[in-house]
Design a binder for this molecule. Structure first.
Ligand code: BGC
Length: 410
């Protein structure tokens, strides 16, 4: 039997665009229509209407925390034009969580942008951080009395990788030069937002909030013994996993480290060019590990390995996403069980962990992959939007309620 700290946050995450539906003022919405994406977000999970029902289930599942995002394009559909109605909506959403005794962890940017922002140059624009700040100021001023945990930006490097290097997400750029610029602007946006959030709390005589980002981390491993693969794996670990965090920590702009962990990446490069070193992935199926339904390796040890590397920063760590898409719910529980074991190993070796948030509370819109990947603790029947908690959700509920992990049978 494994015991977790008695004071620990347990819960699950969602992001506005993936669950709410009808985010028509967002760049993603426009892009889905323009490129004729096969599966478009449409009504998504109708979480905008059904959030109460979803949070009631979260409560029954023993969750005491929930990570959600607020949608910039709803709150500021036109530049400097804030929707009081949408702000009220998010106030009600947060109040609903608080009434259930569930701690809200609020993300301000989760991959999507308002159309007007993108038309002004998006994250490449000189004024991008400034625009973001206008929105942050409004949202935080409205929600500050109720929220203690803020995540400014979700997975900045994943966003940059998909949208500015691979070019498979809007705005579909493929340029290292532009990617670098966007990274600089995202760093600047976080630094400014971090200071602004703290200033708003101070001005309102509120207790100091905890502010961070959600950093996706992958366990990069070389294929075989080749020196080139080893160097490339080390380079990616540095550039993808640590550089962004290092820059923020150097400026004292993280109160905790938020991490999202899913998988390992096998590195097998076919040349010495920078694009080879940074982008080539293993094509030869060297991995014998089990995979999720998107083909990602399941590698629970990676979680404790990364957590132990993060110990050197002496900051508390929050697992803000960890999860699996699968059509086999037994596999989901096996995944959760193995990752909780790995997490407890890191805790026993001195990692200071605030909590564990599973991705995701409900099945949802997995971006360009559509609705097929099922990440939810709660199943969504898209024909009638019926919610049904899965067996794995009840098994995890026992852990949330007792802070104990028994045998793999739950
Ligand atoms: C993102 C989510 C996404 C999940 C599964 C994370 O990278 O924050 O938006 O659905 O991974 O791919």
């Amino acid at each position: 039997m494994i015991e977790f700290p008695s004071k620990f946050f347990w819960g699950a995450a969602t992001s506005s665009y993936q669950v709410e539906g009808n985010n028509i003022n967002s760049d993603w919405w426009q892009w889905e229509q323009r490129v004729g994406l096969k599966e478009r977000s449409g009504e998504a999970c109708r979480h905008y209407q059904f959030y109460k029902e979803d949070f009631n289930i979260a409560k029954q599942l023993g969750h005491n925390a929930h990570r959600l995002s607020v949608e910039w394009s709803r709150i500021e559909p036109r530049e400097n034009n804030f929707s009081e109605q949408e702000l009220r909506h998010y106030l009600e959403v947060i109040d609903c969580l608080k009434a259930q005794g569930i701690e809200p962890i609020v993300t301000l940017h989760h991959f999507t942008n308002p159309l007007w922002f993108v038309e002004s140059g998006g994250w490449l624009g000189k004024r991008s951080a400034e625009y973001f700040l206008g929105y942050v100021e409004k949202v935080v001023s409205v929600l500050c009395g109720r929220v203690s945990f803020w995540v400014t930006i979700n997975e900045p490097m994943v966003y940059v990788y998909h949208a500015y290097i691979l070019g498979i997400w809007p705005p579909q750029e493929k340029s290292f030069f532009k990617a670098r610029k966007v990274i600089e602007n995202l760093i600047s946006a976080h630094l400014k937002a971090y200071r602004l959030i703290h200033a708003i709390y101070q001005k309102n005589n509120l207790a100091r909030p905890m502010v961070s980002i959600a950093k996706n981390m992958q366990a990069f491993q070389p294929c075989g013994r080749s020196l080139r693969n080893k160097l490339a794996a080390r380079l990616r670990d540095k550039l993808f996993n640590f550089d962004f965090i290092n820059k923020l920590i150097r400026r004292s702009a993280l109160d905790f480290i938020g991490i999202n962990y899913y998988s390992r990446a096998l590195v097998d490069v076919r040349g010495w060019r920078i694009s080879n070193l940074l982008l080539d992935v293993c094509q030869d199926n060297h991995s014998r590990l089990k995979k999720n339904s998107l083909g990602w390796d399941i590698y629970p040890q990676g979680l404790s390995e990364l957590l132990l590397k993060l110990k050197r920063y002496n900051l508390p760590i929050f697992i803000l996403e960890n999860g699996i898409c699968t059509d086999d719910d037994t596999q989901r529980w096996d995944f959760i069980y193995a990752h909780l074991k790995s997490l407890s190993l890191a805790i026993n070796q001195g990692a200071h962990i605030l909590g564990y948030i599973y991705w995701s509370l409900i099945d949802n819109y997995e971006w360009d992959k559509g609705f097929a990947p099922r990440f939810g603790l709660i199943e969504i029947d898209y024909a009638n939007f019926k919610r049904t908690p899965r067996e794995s959700a009840w098994k995890l509920a026992k852990v949330c309620q007792t802070a104990r992990l028994n045998g793999n049978d739950g």
